[in-house]
Design a protein around this ligand. Structure first.
Ligand code: SAM
Length: 244
C-alpha cells in the first residue's frame, strides 16, 4: 500500500482531489492511504502560530521550524521508513525520472510550505529531499504535493488499470507521446490521420514513433538531445532527418 502523510496549514485544500478518478479507486481498494495533518496542531503557543518575521529583514513571513519538525516527528514516530519531502521552488527539479525513483518507495511525509517559505533548517536537517515541481512560484506546496502523489502513484504496479498505457506515455522513452485521436473520424472537417485507420499495426507503430520524435523535436528539443543516447531512437531521428 502507498501511504502519503501530508502536512499543511490548509488541510481543507485537499477536500476533493481524492474523491475522483484513479486516486479514489485506489483508496477504495486499499492500495492508497492519504492522511492530512494540520501543522497548526503542532504549534507551540495558544495562538497556534506557524510563522514569524525573517532574520535579516525582508518582506513577508517565514514558516517556523518547531511546528513543522514536531509534525514530521509525529508522522514518523512509529516508522522511520517514511521519506520526508519538503516542497520548495529552491528544491531539486521533480520530473518523470524522479517520479520513477520515488515509485520504488511506499511511505512519504509531504511538507507543504506557505508564506515566504519554510525556515531552511527544515529541508537541511529534517528532510530526505527538497523538491520543486517546476520553475515558477506557487502560493503553497499543496498543489505540489498533489502533483507528487498523482505522478508517483500511477507508476506503482497495479495502480493504473491498463499498464500498457504507462509504457507508451510521454517521457517513458525520453520522448513526448504521439498524437492521440478518437471518434468521430472527421471533426468539423479535420480528419484523423489515415494510417490510424489502416489496420496495419506495423505502420501505425512506425507512424507513432516518428510523430513522437517530430513532436519532441518541435516542442522539447532539450529532451530529444537526451533521447538520442538510445540507439533505436537515434536511428529513427536520422531517418526522419534524411527524408526532410
Ligand atoms: N520565497 C520562496 C522562494 O522565492 O523560493 C517562495 C515561497 S512560496 C510563495 C510558498 C510555498 O509554496 C513554498 O514554501 C513551497 O512549499 C511552495 N512552492 C512554491 N513554488 C513551488 C514549486 N515550484 N515547487 C514546489 N513547491 C513550491
Amino acid at each position: 500500500m502507498l501511504h502519503f502523510k501530508i502536512l499543511s496549514i490548509f488541510p481543507k485544500y485537499f477536500a476533493s482531489p481524492f474523491m475522483d478518478g484513479l486516486l479514489k479507486q485506489a483508496i477504495g481498494k486499499g492500495n492508497l492511504k492519504i492522511d492530512i495533518t494540520d501543522i497548526r496542531d503542532f504549534a507551540h503557543d495558544k495562538h497556534r502560530t506557524v510563522d514569524d518575521t525573517p532574520y535579516g529583514g525582508g518582506a513577508g513571513m517565514v514558516m517556523k521550524p518547531e511546528p513543522i519538525v514536531s509534525a514530521i516527528r509525529y508522522a514518523r514516530a512509529d516508522d522511520k521508513e517514511y521519506k520526508v519531502i519538503v516542497f520548495s521552488p529552491k528544491g531539486k527539479r521533480f520530473d518523470q525520472h524522479a517520479a520513477k525513483r520515488f515509485s520504488q518507495s511506499r511511505k512519504f511525509v509531504l511538507v507543504c510550505g506557505r508564506y515566504e517559505g519554510i525556515d531552511d533548517r527544515v529541508p537541511a536537517f529534517y528532510a530526505d529531499e527538497e523538491l520543486s515541481i517546476g520553475d515558477y512560484v506557487l502560493s503553497g506546496g499543496e498543489a505540489a504535493a498533489l502533483v507528487f502523489i498523482e505522478s508517483v502513484s500511477r507508476l506503482v504496479p497495479g495502480f493504473v488499470g491498463n499498464e500498457e498505457s504507462i509504457v507508451s506515455e510521454s517521457y517513458e522513452k525520453g520522448l513526448l507521446e504521439y498524437p492521440q485521436y478518437t471518434k468521430p473520424r472527421t471533426f468539423e472537417g479535420h480528419e484523423v490521420p489515415p494510417v490510424l485507420l489502416s489496420g496495419n499495426h506495423k505502420e501505425v507503430e512506425k507512424w507513432r514513433m516518428e510523430q513522437s520524435v517530430r513532436l519532441t523535436a518541435d516542442k522539447r528539443p532539450d529532451l530529444l538531445e537526451k533521447a538520442k543516447q538510445d540507439r533505436d531512437i537515434l536511428r529513427i531521428i536520422e531517418t526522419i532527418e534524411k527524408t526532410n
